[in-house]
Unconditional design. Structure first.
Length: 353
């Protein structure tokens, strides 16, 4: 895995990164590079990055894929490095979570691509840090830092859970979300249109025994709605530890914890077996850029995970070039809906001739 421009900017300042260091939400394997000169820990929210660090030999006991960092995994850090997320509220969450782990006089580093909105993040750093300022900039990226000169407010995970009631497609449900999760704190318009379409679908007669996969589960709205609609057990998959935690919380809030199996997976790599139905609103961003690789890989491998005549349903922004990918993967597709900037597609595992 090549280093991102953000990590390259960190690398040219690594003489200042020594002692005990925590990376919060790293974007590549740079923590391994730095571990040759410092005591480095990595808290990942992405299964993809977690897997990449594992593959290159990053110390397992210093690596975590989780929605929150456990103090048992390490504390009393000299430096904490955060990569700017496109979701601004995720930066607030990460800062709140890591500041109690930083030594008095320790330093927080924030690095990000200019397109990520990192330029406007100084004020967020100033809430809990002093001597905040720009440290370096190159390749359209910026590096800020600030020092911990005052006690940090204790981190309370529950304070960051957003819970609300939602009426959608004939159901009234309770939803939970966390910063950084897709559609945080609200019902995405595309998801609403998707559920209204699925509500018109005629499922198989014994659908309660069907296997259903939600690829990219987010806060769990599709999974929960499908369970309520069909009575089937749902497999909810996401690359994001925060999304999986939100889905877990959503099912718990509806007293349905036993109705879902959570799977952390880079694409379909951790999926076993075949499904009667697969639903997805596939992610199409990598950082701040449009990126088809996740969706394309998903479409090209989904055939291996659909039962004979199994169905795939996808909602997407209608400008995305998904139809030719679906045709390449399954031979054909049907566009069920197109309006308000969204399209809903159906594909089917073809019957063997």
């Amino acid at each position: 895995m090549n280093l991102n421009s953000t990590s390259q900017l960190l690398a040219r300042n690594e003489d200042e990164l020594s002692g005990k260091i925590l990376f919060a939400n790293p974007e590549d394997i740079y923590p391994l590079n730095l571990s040759k000169q410092a005591d480095v820990y990595a808290w990942c929210q992405s299964k993809t990055i977690y897997d990449a660090l594992s593959r290159v030999g990053f110390a397992e006991e210093k690596l975590s894929l989780s929605a929150q960092w456990s103090v048992d995994n390490g504390g009393d850090f000299d430096h904490i490095v955060i990569y700017q997320s496109k979701a601004k509220e995720l930066l607030d969450y990460l800062l709140a979570a890591v500041l109690p782990l930083l030594k008095e006089g320790g330093r927080v580093w924030l690095v990000g691509d200019n397109k990520s909105g990192v330029k406007s993040s100084m004020k967020r750093l100033e809430v809990g840090l002093d001597e905040v300022g720009k440290h370096d900039g190159a390749k359209h990226c910026l590096l800020y830092s600030g020092f911990k000169r005052r006690p940090a407010k204790p981190f309370v995970f529950e304070d960051w859970i957003v819970t609300w009631k939602q009426d959608v497609a004939g159901q009234s449900v309770t939803l939970c979300s966390l910063p950084g999760v897709f559609g945080h704190g609200k019902l995405d318009k595309g998801t609403e249109l998707f559920l209204n379409q699925l509500n018109q679908h005629r499922f198989i007669s014994d659908v309660a025994n069907a296997r259903i996969l939600d690829f990219g589960c987010g806060d769990g709205i599709l999974s929960l709605w499908l369970h309520n609609k069909t009575g089937a057990h749902i497999t909810a998959l996401d690359d994001s530890a925060l999304a999986l935690k939100a889905t877990e919380l959503t099912f718990a809030a509806n007293q349905l914890s036993d109705a879902v199996t959570l799977v952390a997976s880079n694409g379909l790599s951790e999926v076993k077996g075949r499904f009667n139905y697969v639903v997805s609103n596939p992610p199409f961003h990598k950082g701040v850029n449009t990126d088809y690789s996740i969706a394309e890989s998903f479409f090209m491998t989904i055939k291996q995970h659909l039962t004979l005549n199994g169905e795939l349903f996808v909602v997407a922004n209608d400008f995305l070039r998904y139809p030719p990918m679906l045709d390449a993967a399954l031979g054909s597709h049907t566009r069920l809906f197109r309006d308000k900037g969204y399209a809903i597609y159906q594909g089917r595992q073809p019957k063997k001739r």
